[in-house]
Design a binder for this molecule. Structure first.
Ligand SMILES: [Zn+2]
Length: 568
């Protein structure tokens, strides 16, 4: 598939193999705009190889966090190869944007050049070693989390396995499970705080090196957030507070009444996603027993929705790039990683048979569909869709598949699953506002003390959290932000989920009126990859991009009315 600039069997994890190709890009004569196009295409081909090599190392490590060898290979790549690459790609970027013929390039390159000019603007050589240190710290935080297990119910269990107990009807069992996990986290909270302190200080330094007052401004540029501002994020928080919080409080009131527990405690409702025990004491939802069963049923489900989605899902299975089952030593969470050279999506998750796992798998499948829809685009940059829209691809799949969830359930259970998921939407938006406002504060106040951080975190949780009784667990609550891996590994990456949720809810509304239009809008927009700006991608799917209260209200009205149609 390549242009032939890069040998098919290039050892892209080795600097010795990369260097001659980089030198070619740095030194070749560029006499015309078509030479510039050649430079772009060859750089893209090389970037595909490097991206895939890095992806495979990352995948290897997260699938096996106990292997020193895999960790060593990944760290060697990020500390020895990537820094040199970023320095040289800055030089190649400069050759491009400073070349007089850049003005003659066709419109196709406009958006890409806007991004490259921004990258050039913020690049500083002295930030490279800081970036390496940052990666080491993030990797350490992930290893700490990956190693967290507890002895519970006679066995050593991962946190993913433990989350099943948090849906148990026996309140004392839930309390024991929750407390076991919180205590386990508290064993490492000191080191997790130290890591975070150092990350904040490194990040602030990187921003200052690049001439910015704050890491926030630096990151808005680095993340190519061209179409929304800090003020828009603040408006998002306010809309969440006025529109979502009353609904969240109402859901919690109903729960505490139906459960007959008085004030809710942390083991009665999950802070992030709103999950918890069934309010009528029914057994927890268990959509599948084995991963194979989940995959087989999802294949049927996607085929029933459309030929397109069914075909793409089967492709994922055939390509054998799924690692879905939870086991000790696997990093927590789930992700989709697109292998840019092979043009194959890889899906990672920790399935333990819960409704949440089914939602995660559907979510990651949505990312994979996005990658496959735009896989025909030639340049890596054209396929590198913005995160805000990536999450529309994934989050809308969660909503669009809802009508087919009875594949996994009888009709009563399917309604329960839908209710759980929609309540999850109500809980997730405030959690997004929580994490986002926390980060805005952290990086606006890089010299803060741990006490101040705890105080601010608690006040943000008061604004966006469930009212509940934390007696006996105040210490854990103060550092409970440590559970959110994005704060370590992907700073400022979180509001994207909120922006995308608003898009997804609109696609879901479209589906209610015209299912085929929703699928067409989805395919149209996803096929564009990164060749349009965020507002244009939203328009391509016939969606509004906005954060105002009225917009929130109209979407949450739909959520509320759907909830009211489902049995309590
Ligand atoms: Zn996602």
């Amino acid at each position: 598939m390549g242009r032939g600039f890069v040998p098919e069997d290039l050892e892209a994890t080795s600097w010795d193999s990369l260097e001659p190709l980089i030198n070619d890009l740095l030194e070749r004569e560029l006499s015309c705009s078509s030479c510039l196009e050649g430079l772009i295409a060859d750089s893209s081909e090389l970037a595909e190889h490097v991206s895939e090599a890095g992806a495979l190392l990352y995948i290897g490590m997260t699938c096996d966090t106990e292997s020193e060898e895999k960790k060593g290979a990944f760290l060697d790549f990020v500390s020895n190869v990537r820094p040199k690459l970023s320095e040289h790609s800055d030089a190649i970027n400069r050759r491009l944007v400073e070349h007089p013929a850049v003005e003659d390039l066709p419109e196709r390159y406009d958006l890409m050049l806007k991004g490259i000019r921004t990258d050039v603007e913020i690049f500083r050589k002295e930030n490279i070693p800081l970036g390496v240190r940052q990666t080491e710290l993030v990797t350490e935080s992930q290893a700490i989390n990956g190693a967290m297990t507890v002895e519970f119910d006679g066995e050593e269990r991962t946190f993913s396995q433990m989350s099943g107990y948090l849906e148990a009807n026996d309140r004392s069992l839930r309390e024991a499970a929750w407390t076991a996990m919180a205590s386990r986290r508290m064993e490492d909270h000191e080191r997790m705080s130290e890591i975070f302190d150092e990350l904040v200080s490194i990040r602030h330094e990187m921003a200052q090196n690049a001439g910015f007052d704050s890491y926030t401004e630096f990151m808005f540029k680095a993340m190519h957030r061209f179409d929304y501002t800090v003020d828009d994020c603040l408006e998002f928080h306010e809309s969440v507070e006025s529109v979502c919080m009353p609904i969240l409080a109402q859901i919690n009131r109903e729960r505490s009444e139906l459960l007959g527990v008085g004030e809710l405690r942390p083991w009665d409702v999950n802070e992030k996603g709103g999950s918890g025990p069934d309010v009528h004491g029914r057994d927890p939802l268990r959509p599948f027993e084995t991963v194979d069963e989940m995959v087989a049923k999802l294949s049927e489900l996607f085929h029933e929705i459309s030929k397109d989605l069914g075909g793409m899902f089967d492709k994922l299975v055939e390509m054998d790039t799924l690692d879905l089952e939870t086991r000790k030593g696997k990093a927590p969470g789930g992700y989709q990683y697109y292998l840019e050279k092979s043009r194959v999506p890889f899906i990672f998750m920790n399935a333990a048979g819960l409704q949440g796992d089914l939602e995660t798998m559907i979510h990651e499948a949505g990312h994979a569909f996005h990658s496959l829809y735009c896989g025909h685009l030639e340049l890596i940059d054209e396929r590198d869709y913005p995160i805000e829209f990536a999450e529309v691809a994934s989050m809308s799949m969660e909503l669009l598949t809802q009508p087919w969830w009875d594949k996994f359930y009888d009709s009563e259970e399917a309604d329960r699953a839908r209710r759980t998921h929609l309540e999850g939407v109500v809980f997730l938006l405030p959690w997004i506002a929580t994490i986002d406002s926390f980060q805005h504060w952290v990086y606006a106040n890089p010299g803060h003390s741990r006490e101040e951080r705890a105080e601010v975190w608690l006040s943000i949780r008061d604004r966006f959290g469930s009212a509940m009784d934390w007696t006996g667990h105040g210490d854990f609550r103060e550092v409970s932000w440590q559970q959110q891996g994005h704060l370590y590994g992907a700073p400022f990456y979180y509001i994207e989920y909120g922006i995308a949720q608003l898009g997804s809810l609109q696609l879901w509304k479209t589906q209610m009126a015209d299912p085929q239009k929703a699928l067409d809008d989805y395919a149209n927009a996803m096929s564009l990859g990164n060749t349009r700006s965020l507002p244009e991608l939203f328009s391509a799917a016939d969606l509004k991009l906005g954060f105002d209260e009225g917009h929130f209200q109209s979407l949450m009205d739909t959520v509320e009315s759907s909830l009211s149609e489902l049995p309590a």
